[in-house]
Design a protein around this ligand. Structure first.
Ligand code: GLN
Length: 353
């Protein structure tokens, strides 16, 4: 068994077991999800982050590619109390460092109290605490990854056919595969565009709906996607998930801010302000919408009151901060995809009362 070290920005160094060797750095975050490790580890929104699982045993139902959200592992490293051999082998195959046998409760408590923070990891037979500290010294804050979109987006337009009932132009800021699948399963052809696509290329597919995807990093670093949204307001209905909601809010004059430790898990309660119903949702975000500009808040987080849903009936806009595609997680909000495609027919969205 070879050793591993995790150096935190608060000066502490944790000793651990290496399950997949290597050196790396990133922003330390945690998820409380107790299932869905394959989906989380392949979610592009974790790019440049180091993912700690608060659930102690990760891997007890194997590793199956059909559950992947993209074609590679995105967090720079993974941390758990205990990884199964199968997960450790998968991460080693992918060249992504993994460490376990450390007190993940202590790590999660630290992130909750002090906030998501930079960290460095060194794992393998020759790893030293100094190696981990060196990695930490080179770690950037999330907002400093100014071109993170280029690390996760398609490089040219790619179309997924779903029957041609609607044409959806999807701005790929790091889209999860299950979001594309949720749209094609409902009859849409989904034209996936690079995160920095030109408005004229998008207009060329004559979209019924502009959909802004989830993705990693600070929404302020997706200026071109924001301008693209601004140029379609009023002409084409607009929908967004997670980073997509944040970009759309900014396009409508709103603002975004960094949260202390974010929401990552599969049991975040969300209240719909129109129906007063609460649904359980899957979440993975570290930023939140603060000012909402010309949009209306329709859903809020029950725990901390943060913005979970935005709408504008005049301009035909619906966005969600959480993940209605539910991969993994509860299926309570799958109806979002029916609502946005109805919007694609330019109908007024779900009646207010
Ligand atoms: N899943 C996402 O789209 C995450 C959005 C953004 N990167 C955040 O952390 O808030």
């Amino acid at each position: 068994m070879s050793g591993a070290y995790l150096a935190l920005a608060d000066g502490r160094v944790f000793e651990a077991r290496s399950r997949s060797p290597g050196r790396t750095r990133g922003e330390l975050v945690f998820t409380t999800a107790y299932t869905g490790y394959e989906e989380s580890l392949t979610d592009p929104s974790y790019e440049e982050q180091i993912l700690t699982f608060s659930y102690p045993l990760i891997g007890n139902y194997g590793v199956r590619a059909e559950r992947f959200e993209s074609d590679r592992v995105h967090p720079r490293a993974a941390i758990a109390r205990e990884f199964t051999d199968e997960v450790a082998a998968w991460l080693a195959d992918e060249g992504v460092p993994a460490i376990d046998h450390l007190d993940t409760r202590e790590l999660v408590t630290t992130v909750r109290e002090e906030g998501a923070m930079r960290c460095g990891i060194a794992a393998g037979p020759d790893a030293t605490p100094e190696d981990a500290r060196e990695e930490l010294a080179n770690a950037k804050d999330m907002s400093e990854h100014v071109d993170i979109g280029s690390q996760v987006s398609v490089s040219s337009k790619t179309t997924y056919h779903g029957g041609g009932e609607y044409d959806v132009a999807l701005v790929d800021c790091g889209v999860k595969g299950s979001i594309v699948d949720s749209l094609t399963a409902r009859g849409a052809d989904v034209h996936v565009f690079p995160y920095d696509a030109d408005g004229s290329d998008v207009a060329a597919v004559d979209p019924d709906l502009l959909f802004v995807s989830n993705g990693p990093g600070d929404p302020a670093n997706f200026q071109q996607a924001q301008s693209l949204v601004e140029s379609f307001v009023g002409d084409v209905p607009i929908a967004g998930i997670c980073l997509g909601q944040q970009i759309v809010a900014r396009a409508f004059g709103g603002t975004t801010e960094k949260m202390r430790f974010g929401h990552r898990g599969v049991n975040q309660p969300v209240r719909d302000l129109r129906t007063d119903q609460v649904v359980m949702t899957t979440q993975n975000h570290g930023y939140t919408v603060d000012e909402v500009g010309d949009l209306e808040v329709t859903q809020v987080n029950v725990n901390d009151g943060t913005v979970e849903g935005l709408e504008c009936t005049e301009s035909n806009v619906i966005t969600r901060q959480y993940h209605p595609e539910a991969n993994p997680g509860p299926h309570d909000s799958l109806g979002f995809f029916d609502d946005v495609l109805e919007l694609g027919e330019c109908r007024i969205p779900v009646a207010a009362d």
